[in-house]
Design a protein around this ligand. Sequence first.
Ligand code: SF4
Length: 490
Amino acid sequence: MRTSWVREINVFQKPTRSINWRIGLVYPNSYSVGMSGLSVKLLYHLLNQHQNIFTERIFKPNEKNVIARSLETDSALPQFNVLAFSFQFELDYINAIKMLQISKIPLFTKDRNNSHPLLIAGGPAVTANPFPILDIFDFVFIGEFESIADDFLETLIDSKFTNIHDSIAILPGFCSSDNYVESVKTIVTENLDAVNYPVAQVRPIYGQPQKKIGLDGYFLQVSRGCPHGCHYCLIGKIFRPHRERSITNLQQLIISGNIETQTSYFSLIGSSTADYSKINELITFFLEKGLRFTLPSIRVDSGEEILHLLKQSGQNSLTIAPETGLTETRRAVGKKISNEQIYSFTSEATKSGISQLKTYFILGLTSDPNMEAKAIADLMTDLKLKNANMKFKLSITPLVPKKGTKFGTQCVDYASIDKGVKFLKKNLGKNLTYKVFPTRWAVIQAILSIGGRELAPIMEELALRDGSYQAWRKTLKVDPQDFYQQNYCS
Ligand code: SF4
C-alpha cells in the first residue's frame, strides 16, 4: 500500500506475494534534490524491470533522527534485501551514514551479516574515488549502470541471499573492499540508443497550470560524457567517450514521454547539451510539436542560430560557464573559449531578447585567486556596461579538486581563495547579483573527493555529531583547512 506524502504518477506497485527481492534505492538527500536529477528516475526504472524484484525509493527524511522509509510502502531501511545508494555529491556520504546509524544497520561491512541488507554504492562521486566509503559498502559500482542492469537483476533472481555476495562479485564494475584496484575498468554504456530508458518517468504532480519546468517535467538525456575535457571537470574525464543519442531516438522519447509522463515540459540532460550535433534540429522538433524545454547550459561558441531558436521557444534565461575572467587562464585549464567570444555571445543573446544570463565561475584555477577575482570582476562589470538590459547572475565556487582530473593531485590554497571571495564581494557592484559557495564547505568536499579509507571512521564520528562544520572541526581536532593541508598537500 502506498503511504507517501507526495502525489506522483508512474510509481511502481507490485504484489508482495510475487516479490523475491526488495531493493531500497537510496538517495541520501532530500526528495526535491533527488527528484531534480536523472539518476533516481533512471535507476528506479531499471531496477524495476523484473516482476519479482521490487525497488522502492528512499530519501533523507526532512526531520532529524527519524528512520528513513520508502515512499512506496513506508518500509524502513532494514526491511530491504539490498540497499542501492546513489551518490552524486561527496557531502551526501555523511547523510547516508547517518541514515544507516539511525536505522541501526552496522556501518562497516565487517560488522554486518546475512540478517542485514546488502549495501551497494554507485554514482559519479563513487566512480571517481570510492576509497572513503570502501569499508562501509559491500560493493561499490564503478561506472554507468544501464548496460549491466539486466545481468544484475538476473543475478539476484538466480541467487539466494546466502550466496549473493559471491554472485555479484563476478559482475563487471562491482568491487568490494577485498578486490578493489585503482585500475578497475569503468563500465561505460557504448550505445545510448540501445539501452533501456524510462518513457513513463516517475514525477510529482503539482497544481495546474505549471509555471516553470521543475521536478514535474520529462528528463530527456541527450548525451553522456563531454567532448571538451576541461582539466578540473570529472565528467569530461571519467565518463569517456562522449556519446549522443540519435535524433530519431530522442524524437521517439519526446513523443512517448509527452504521453506517458503526462507533461509538455522537457529538461534536456547532458553535460554539454548545446554541443549535441543535431541541437538545432532537436529544438525545431520541440517548436513544431508546441512543447517546452530547458537547456542546462550553453557554450558561448554554440552559434547564433541556437539563440534565435531558444528565444522562439520562449526561453528568456540562459546559463554559461566562463569559469574564469581571463582567456589565457581558461585556455590553460582546457577550456578553449576567449573573452571575445563571451562578449560577442552576450551581445547576440541581448539582441535575441534573452533577458537573463547566469554565469558560473571557479576560483582557484591558478596559484593567484586574487588575480582571478579581479579578472572576474572586470569581465562582468564590462559585460554589464555593454549589455545594460541584461540581468546577470553569478555563481562562484571555490575549486574542489577531483580525483582522476589534472587538479586531483594539486594542493588548493583555500586561504587565498577566501581573499579572492572577499575581493569579489567588495567589487562586484550593485548591478550584479551573485551567490558564493562557502569556501569552508569546498574544503570539506575536497577532503572527501581526494581522501582515502582513513575518512570512514571520521565520517562515522561526524554523523554521530551532526555533520555541521563545527562537528567537522571537533572530529578532526583541527580546522578542516589545516587537516586538508596537512594530509593532502605534500
Ligand atoms: S565543457 Fe563542461 S562538462 Fe565538458 S569538460 Fe568542460 S566543464 Fe566539463
